[in-house]
Design a protein around this ligand. Sequence first.
Ligand SMILES: Nc1ncnc2c1ncn2[C@@H]1O[C@H](COP(=O)(O)OP(=O)(O)OP(=O)(O)O)[C@@H](O)[C@H]1O
Ligand SMILES: [Mg+2]
Length: 348
Amino acid sequence: MSNELLAEVVSAVPMPTLMVDQTERIIAANTDARTLLGQNITGRHFATILRQPQVIEAMEQSLRTKGQARTRHLSNDGAQDTTFEVECRYMNGVGAVSGGAVLVVFQDVTHLEHASQMRRDFVANVSHELRTPLTALMGFIETLRGPARDDVSARERFLQIMMDEANRMNRLVGDLLSLNRVESEERIRPREQLELTALLQSTLNNLRPLAEASSVVLTLNAPDGPVSLTGDSDQLRQVFTNLIENAIKYGGSGGSVEVRVLSSDRDTAMRGPAVRVQIIDKGPGIDATHLPRLTERFYRADSHRSRELGGTGLGLAIVKHIINRHRGRLRVESDLGKGAVFTVILPR
Ligand SMILES: Nc1ncnc2c1ncn2[C@@H]1O[C@H](COP(=O)(O)OP(=O)(O)OP(=O)(O)O)[C@@H](O)[C@H]1O
Ligand SMILES: [Mg+2]
């Protein structure tokens, strides 16, 4: 095969690909390979370009044995660390000198690495979250069997704590299942016709006892007429329950939580008819550094306070998935000391 033809074949491969012959020089490279490894790489010795020891070793092995080799190439594209699976395959009878050449193909497996890292983190987080109440439960069982065996008042107190811890585990498992369900139907469009103001009114009524216990005044400001939209009423109720509950739990020191409904025929974010529901509190607010990560599973801005209040840190992750399913958006604006505004934008 002529070198021109080889270069043509290499340039047609839809991922970074190059070819190294028995002179150990790169005889062909496509655009993707040049983006990954540098512009003027043809004609250069492969070891000056592929500087990672495991890649050089795989290349040498393939050239020496005239067989195949496989390894990984780690890089960074400026935005994130990238991982490529490198396949070296030997081709007989091609190249500048006779004896053949190695075809090197780089397959981008960054997203796979990323997904399995996320899975590992998730399992680690869940185990940690479950272990904390479990350890407490085991400790109290131990105490009740031993030192506190005949102490009636201690027994009552410990059983109450055990109940609280068991409840926390129960909430966690419930939230995990809920998150799973929401994620699995994220691509199925909701179809129910619903009236938003009534839904918000009844959600607020359910939360009144909590608000009163924290001395928070709850108010609803909505347009006079009905606000109809297509959605899943149970899920939307879950969204607003969590957001209003958060505003009471974490922003309640401001004394008031307002729910504001704004309907527009041409929403700037949705480029069409949409409704915005804002949950506004006057509490301590959230530091800007936390905002981008707030909807991650188990992420808490103030983890001590959240745990103390029985939070699992899954609420906003569930909220985000439900809003995605509704093709909506979630915006969070906050400054330390200035309260927080959570805005849910839903297409109408
Ligand atoms: N209105 C708010 N003001 C201040 N911090 C907030 C507010 N809303 C949420 N946060 C912070 O964001 C974190 C994540 O909230 P999220 O609802 O996901 O979890 P949670 O409330 O801790 O647990 P769960 O909702 O499962 O009971 C909270 O732990 C809290 O630190
Ligand atoms: Mg919450």
